[in-house]
Design a protein around this ligand. Structure first.
Ligand code: ACO
Length: 427
């Protein structure tokens, strides 16, 4: 196999280097294309564009494989917890006992947000979507750490990483408390990362809150499965914002906003709303399938389809099994799980979905688990953001360490070649 590709433009041949990844995935390196030929490539939606070389996450979409730092997601889901997986993603290796305990301690002792920030919540109407609150609060954090914002100072970055992870968890839980009119519950240092989040979400000052170990386990699982997914829309956003030397808080806030859209992380909320609608209409899944196939309906089956997976999303497989197990252990019988299973079966047997290789994605079953834990629909995308945090951080860190240039795509201009300025009275 050659190490270059040949390209002929206007009769003139050019040689382009071939880059090969760890799993033999191949790319044509076009970094010098414009300089050498005057041409750019056009790839809106970036379906064929590798934006970077990365050592963090590997996906094989045709075979349904997902690995973090080389470790299959199914193994991490079974053996790891969210804090350890976060360390793996961010620092590139599984932590030793000491490293893990130091990282956990850092997460524990940086969980408070500045007391003044609590007043910000009062400015939002009760109907505010928690993603709107989360993104602006995360960006506001940068106002409180003026001495730790230099993205090119590794010491400052190292200090900031556990703070970002810990405080965003607190902000997320406080957003929920504010939305239901309950007092915020401060973090409790004796609790682990996930238990502490559940305590901040569900405890009230007037009574003891018992943390259910099954719920803690399920939360760890969901956060691990969401922790990274290489160059998806929000992670690419974090990288491109970070490439301008924007600080970590600002870059993460941008990622949160990208995640909010229903074609990305917002799909988990949309799935539950879709299942509830089907339930209200008597459980008729055929109508939803018909609408999803009708291009004029504007409706898509939420939680189905993926840009990269043209086979089962391995995360969806793990979550589906967990749904059955966890709901049974918790004694929850959710009719939406049956509707989801019927909908999945109908879609997987329908030529429209088969031909287009549309399978359930990570969001299809995750909402059912979150619902069983007592987490409301509006918080689902916030939960996704909590899970995706270590992924965003690790990509931002990798970008900074690789000294990549600012992200700045080109375009092909198709507007008028020349236009006259017409004075306003003559238009
Ligand atoms: N329901 C019905 N039809 C669909 C669906 C769906 N969920 N997804 C894709 N299609 C159809 C498209 O209409 C298109 O049909 P056509 O070839 O006849 O025009 C074909 O399948 C290909 O779809 P694209 O939109 O071109 O695929 P793309 O890779 O751009 O989009 C996406 C992927 C955004 C995930 C899409 O499948 C979708 O909108 N799914 C629903 C939303 C969702 O679940 N998002 C979560 C993704 S996972 C994540 O972000 C964590």
């Amino acid at each position: 196999m050659g190490t270059t590709a040949e390209l002929k433009l206007e009769g003139k041949p050019y040689e382009l280097p071939i880059i090969v990844g760890s799993h033999n995935e191949k790319a044509v390196d076009i970094r010098k294309l414009r300089g050498d030929t005057g041409y750019v490539t056009l790839d809106s939606g970036y379906e064929n564009t590798g934006a970077c070389q990365s050592k963090i996450t590997y996906i094989d979409g045709d075979n349904g494989i997902l690995k973090y730092r080389g470790i299959p997601i199914e193994v991490l889901a079974e053996k790891s917890d969210f804090v350890e997986t976060s360390y793996l993603l961010i620092y590139g290796k599984l932590p030793t006992k000491v490293e893990l305990s130091n990282f956990s301690r850092e997460l524990t002792y940086h969980s408070l947000i500045h007391e003044d920030m609590l007043r910000f919540y009062d400015g939002y109407p009760p109907s505010a979507h928690p993603m709107a609150i989360l993104s602006s609060m995360v960006c506001s954090l940068s106002a409180y750490y003026p001495d730790s914002l230099d993205p090119n100072d590794p010491k400052q970055v190292d200090n900031l990483i556990p703070r970002v992870m810990s405080k965003i968890r607190t902000i997320a839980a406080y957003s929920y408390k504010k939305s239901i009119g309950q007092p915020v519950m401060y973090p409790v240092n004796r609790l682990d990362y996930c238990s502490n989040f559940l305590h901040m979400m569900f405890a009230v000052p007037s009574e003891q809150y018992e943390i259910d170990p099954e719920v803690v386990k399920a939360l760890n699982l969901l956060l691990i499965l969401h922790a990274d997914h290489e160059q998806n829309c929000s992670t690419s956003t974090v990288r491109i914002v970070g490439s301008s030397d924007a600080n970590l808080f600002a870059s993460i806030a941008a990622g949160i906003l990208a995640l909010w859209g229903p074609k990305h992380g917002g799909a988990n909320q949309a799935v539950m709303e879709m299942l509830e609608e089907i339930q209200r209409n008597g459980g008729d899944t055929d109508a939803a399938i018909r609408a999803a196939k009708d291009k004029n309906s504007g409706f898509r089956l939420s939680g189905f389809g993926h840009r990269v997976y043209k086979n089962f999303d391995p995360r969806a497989k793990v979550i589906k099994v967990a749904c059955d197990k966890v709901l049974a252990k918790m004694g929850v019988n959710d009719p939406l799980l049956d509707i989801a299973k019927r909908l999945e079966e109908a879609a997987l047997n329908d030529p429209y979905f088969v031909e287009r290789k549309l399978y359930p994605n990570v969001d299809f079953y995750s909402g059912i688990l979150y619902r069983a834990m007592g987490i409301p629909n509006e918080m689902f995308t916030v939960m996704f953001a909590l899970g995706r945090l270590p992924g965003w951080i690790s990509h931002w860190k990798e970008l900074k360490e690789s000294n990549e240039r600012i992200g700045r795509p080109r375009q092909i201009y198709t507007g008028p070649a020349h236009a006259e300025y017409v004075p306003i009275e003559k238009r």
